[in-house]
Design a protein around this ligand. Structure first.
Ligand code: SAH
Length: 408
């Protein structure tokens, strides 16, 4: 066996893998689970950089450590000569930014994901751009420790006015972290930042909205779905701030019913409708309540029929234990929605649960149709928009799927 040698003279002890557990690392999967590790360093603090070696003392990769997490190392580089220094972070951020430039998103929108975590080779880091402001989400200890530095670099690289933090995902608890909010760099954004998407305008509450403020991943899908809405009576289930509704009306929808459990988001939906020249009282109905109950009542009363139903629920499956229950939820809501469609009507249905893959989702919609006694055809498969790329080395990066079906 060769002696263990680290390229960085001041590097601490390495992480050594168990035998037979090197393959994912060699294939550039960015996660090293505790079960794959034979030996942890005694002299590296959680959040700091470690080298990862094979049991036969071969250098494999470098990442940051967190003993408190199931994913004890998140890998940053597979190049032995690449130190994890300020120049590294700057280059990785710049590469992610350049990749968005290549997509020419600025031609149609000023709100998009700038850094998509593992899929942009920056594990744990999400950055969304909303006009002149950035929202940063630190999902891991390694990123949390560097968030000030990263925010400074982001301001410099984008010329934006400010970076705020919205680190409130459940995944942070698995890293031993609580929630963190606030201004990281530059100036604080106003209460509502106005963004543009395909010529339409939306007010976004960066500090208090869901996710980082807006469902950017659905951008392209809003246009796909709108294409079925000319002249249609549309039900926009799980409407949030009405983005699908505004797009549907812009495409000529006759009327949109928005349903969301939060009255606050519906208020912002009304603002967004007005801002785009639509009259919320005439052209929409905005109902605050539990959509499961509302649709069940409508089914029993036989008094509601739609040409298009959109269902964009929150993530039902937060973890493996929750998948069974989530599948029942998806089936139930889709069964109810199918029952409200006119013959030939369109169901645009989504799931953002990464644990529910395309095949499984299609099966759920099939059994929902069976229970609703409706035959249906798949017209289109939809996924998250291009600014949320999926690294081939990281299939976990794919989470949003949608089906556009015609109900017969
Ligand atoms: N389609 C939206 C995003 C939807 S996010 C867009 O493109 O912007 C999911 C929404 O579902 C949230 O706004 C949440 O408040 C709402 N929601 C969650 N559970 C609900 C329920 N049982 N009934 C109605 N709305 C619900």
């Amino acid at each position: 066996m060769e002696p263990m040698q680290s390229v960085e003279p001041d590097a601490g002890e390495p992480v050594v893998l168990k035998s037979g557990r090197e393959k994912p690392v060699i294939q550039h999967h960015p996660w090293v689970f505790s079960g794959a590790i034979n030996r942890l360093p005694s002299d590296v603090v959680d959040g700091e950089v470690v080298d990862v070696y094979s049991p036969s003392s071969r250098w494999l990769a470098r990442g940051y450590l967190n003993r408190a997490s199931q994913i004890q190392v998140r890998l940053l580089t597979w190049d032995v000569n690449q130190p994890i220094d300020a120049a590294f972070w700057r280059r990785r951020l710049d590469e992610a930014i350049q990749r968005r430039r290549q997509l020419d998103l600025d031609a149609t929108t000023n709100a998009y994901r700038l850094v998509n975590g593992e899929n942009d080779y920056l594990p744990g880091l999400i950055v969304d751009r909303y006009a002149d402001y950035l929202v940063l989400q630190a999902g891991t200890l390694g990123i949390d420790k560097r968030k000030q530095e990263l925010a400074g670099l982001l301001l410099e690289l984008t010329g934006c006015r400010g970076v705020i933090e919205r680190s409130d995902t459940a995944a942070r608890r698995l890293e031993g972290l609580g929630e963190a909010h606030g201004l990281l760099a530059g100036e604080a954004p106003p209460d509502q930042v106005e963004i543009e998407e395909a010529g339409l305008h939306f007010a976004v509450d960066l500090a208090g909205g869901q996710k980082t403020g807006f469902y950017l991943d659905q951008r392209a899908n809003r246009r796909h779905v709108a294409a079925y809405c000319a002249g249609a009576r549309v039900l926009n289930g799980f409407s949030y701030t009405g983005a699908f509704a505004v797009h549907a009306l812009a495409a000529g929808a006759a009327h949109v019913t928005n349903i969301d459990s939060s009255a606050d988001v519906l208020q912002l939906a009304e603002t967004n409708l007005r801002r785009n020249g639509y009259d919320p009282d005439q052209q929409t109905e905005n109902i605050a309540g539990d959509i499961f109950h509302i649709l069940r009542d409508w089914r029993d009363a036989h008094d509601h029929r739609f040409d298009v139903v959109i269902l964009d629920p929150p993530k039902f499956a937060q973890n493996k234990q929750a998948v069974e229950r989530a599948l029942r939820g998806y089936k139930d809501i889709n069964m109810l929605a199918l029952g409200l469609l006119k013959p030939g009507g369109i169901l645009a249905t989504f799931s953002c649960s990464g644990l529910v893959g395309d095949d499984l989702f299609q099966k759920v919609i099939f059994s929902a149709a069976e229970d609703a006694r409706r035959d249906a055809q798949i017209l289109e498969w939809l996924h998250q928009d291009r600014d949320h790329p999926v690294a081939l080395t990281f299939p976990e990066g794919e989470y949003l799927k949608g089906l556009i079906c015609r109900a017969l």
